[in-house]
Ligand binder design. Structure first.
Ligand code: GAP
Length: 593
């Protein structure tokens, strides 16, 4: 979801170039010309991603009592993707160019104006013939001869060697058929007439097993979420948890994106970090607590409460995720887009996109959806395995209700079903059957889903950290200085360790001692080459927040009080402090973890 188009191409180019130069991100298979929409992370990128992954995992599992982790396979039984709706509906509408068969997303065709020319076919002296009507649009200001040349080249490209040389292709029976203004019926690159919009599934197909028949088809997962739903019952039964609780997972996801773009922002292979937080249906909360808390501006979301329904839980997770982003230095670049009723899927109650400012505009970083009991119910239906939980507290509370109170709850739900503007209302018999199970303590949990992309997060922190300035050196020469101002928690390298001089064995030995002490606890970089200023600059460009210099004071040559002290330099602000080696860990660890 894009709210604004602050398109800073030059900045983006600088970021892409720095990423390659400093080993953050490389184009996949670059020596073979690349592989569209796939990116590789170099040494610094791999560390950055690992730190983001760990920060998310820590915030979601280690620091909480109510969320458990999962690590499921990328390939799963394809029945999962039928149940989830991905086989049927995970598609973009595409239109195909009649000239080149190139596809374009139906909603990505910009209006074009020009003259439409038609040919009854084409032939070449090789004996090749194309008995297909060719309809194409001239580009604005394009001379007819250039147009013909371009169409011949496109046909030759499409037909392969049999068509011979492009310039020898004869276009048959040229006819000017129309002059159009703002038409969206021609391919934006080729000008060829576009066919009808048809759905194009984004899942990447593969075969499981050596026979590779249609019966072996499965898909590389397009999201990590479905494995969580498919393993919900196993986790629930094996972990002694009670609803509300969550299951989270980090892992690769694959989508055959039609137009991968904006560097790693929209890739074909990427990593997701998803939480499925399972909650009681509001009716169960009502029965147990006597009320369902309603959200209002200023509502207290600090600690979950038993009377929270989906709305409060959803708001809570928006707040929690915002806190997470603040903790990795993205606090002041976030925006929120609350999806409207028109945007929402029929089963979704609410969905908010957390947006972030990128050089190419403000775009989605994470989606947080209240998805009702849709996913587990779908798996229950398709697998015929119950996904219900039993809630003793609910059964006890329901037993205290009078028949009138029970009927009032049923009527309230029937009214809500009747008022639905999307999807079909649940028939009364089904509603009554659902309440019958609920009053006995059984229900399929509802879910709140915060779903983030790790690659987008990495790109967002790189873009936010990028800081470029001009400096004039001692000789009056202008120099561009680049600093990546990563938050210390996520910086790939936490500390650079530098002996002042590399030809003083005592300095080098001490520096290696300091390096050995720190590297057990954090990622450090030892560097003894070039001037100390140059070494600081290198680490600034890599985003390293701290630098430690071992100098003659460290060796006690400037007085015993400075023996075994080092200079600690802070990247942001450049301030330097003298600190005992024995105090280093105590000082740095809380800042970087
Ligand atoms: N289970 C819900 C789900 O997958 P989504 O909005 O399609 O929802 C969630 O994806 C997040 O995954 C997005 O907010 C984004 O951060 C990331 N993501 C999705 N498609 C991506 C792509 N092609 N490249 C990189 N990240 C992507």
């Amino acid at each position: 979801m894009s709210t604004e188009s602050k398109n800073n191409t030059a900045l983006m180019e600088k970021i892409v170039s720095l990423c390659k130069r400093r080993g953050f991100i490389y184009q996949s298979s670059e020596i073979y010309g690349g592989c569209g929409g796939i990116w590789d992370y170099g040494p610094l990128g791999a560390e950055l991603k690992r730190n983001l992954r760990e920060a998310w995992w820590k915030a979601m599992t280690r620091e909480r009592e109510d969320i458990l982790g999962l690590d499921a396979g990328i390939l799963m039984n394809p029945a999962i993707w039928k149940a989830s709706g991905h086989v049927e509906t995970f598609a973009d509408l595409m239109r195909e160019c009649s000239l080149t068969n190139k596809r374009v997303r139906a909603d990505h065709v910009d209006p074009q104006s020009g003259t439409v020319l038609k040919y009854s076919g084409a032939q070449s002296p090789t004996g090749w013939r194309w008995d297909r009507t060719i309809t194409a649009l001239t580009k604005s200001g394009e001379h007819i001869e250039s147009f013909r040349k371009r169409i011949r080249a496109l046909i030759a490209q499409n037909a392969g060697e049999s068509a011979g040389k492009p310039e020898e292709i004869e276009l048959l029976n040229e006819e000017k058929i129309d002059v159009v203004t703002d038409s969206v019926d021609f391919h934006p690159e080729t000008g060829g007439m576009l066919g009808e919009a048809r759905p194009f599934n984004l899942m990447l197909k593969t075969y499981l097993g050596p026979t590779a028949t249609e019966a072996d088809v499965t898909y590389l997962r397009p999201e990590t979420a479905q494995a969580i739903f498919a393993q919900f019952k196993n986790v629930f039964d094996s972990s002694r948890v009670k609803v509300p609780f969550g299951i989270c997972q980090i892992g690769k996801a694959f989508r055959n994106e039609v137009t991968p773009k904006n560097f790693t922002f929209r890739s074909r292979e990427f990593e997701q970090m998803e939480l499925e937080f399972f909650i009681k249906p509001d009716e169960a909360v009502q029965i147990i607590s006597g009320e369902v808390a309603t959200w209002h501006e200023g509502a207290d979301l600090t600690e979950p409460k038993p009377n929270w329904g989906w709305d409060m839980w959803h708001r809570y997770w928006v707040q929690e995720r915002t806190r997470f982003y603040e903790g990795i230095g993205l606090g002041n670049v976030l925006e929120y887009y609350w999806q409207t009723n028109d945007d929402l899927a029929h089963y979704a109650r609410a969905c908010v996109d957390i947006l972030c400012e990128f050089p190419f505009g403000t775009e989605e970083l994470e989606g947080i959806a209240a998805r009702s009991d849709f996913d587990l119910s779908q798996h229950q239906k398709h697998s015929t395995k119950s996904q219900e939980v039993f809630d003793e507290e609910l059964k006890t509370a329901a037993a205290q209700l009078s028949d009138d109170q029970k009927e009032a709850l049923i009527q309230k739900r029937l009214a809500a079903e009747a008022a639905k503007t999307k999807g079909s209302p649940m028939p009364e018999a089904d509603v009554r059957a659902w309440f019958e199970r609920l009053f006995k303590g059984n229900y399929v949990p509802h879910v709140i889903e915060p779903s983030a992309g790790l690659d987008r997060m990495a790109l967002a922190v790189i873009a936010k950290a990028f800081d470029e300035s001009e400096k004039v050196d001692d000789k009056g020469k202008k120099e561009t200085i680049t600093v990546l101002r990563f938050h210390p928690r996520i910086a790939p390298i936490k500390v650079g360790v530098f002996p002042l001089l590399k030809n003083k064995p005592e300095l080098v030995a001490k520096a290696r001692e300091v390096y050995a002490l720190l590297k057990k606890h954090m990622n450090c970089f030892y560097d003894e080459t070039a001037s100390i200023g140059r070494r600081y600059a290198r680490q600034d460009e890599a985003g390293t927040p701290f630098g430690i210099t071992i100098d003659f004071e460290t060796l006690g040559e400037k007085g015993p009080e400075l023996l075994d002290t080092v200079t600690l330099r802070h990247r942001d602000g450049g301030e330097q402090e003298r600190i005992k080696i024995t105090d280093l860990l105590g000082k740095l660890l809380p800042l970087v973890s």
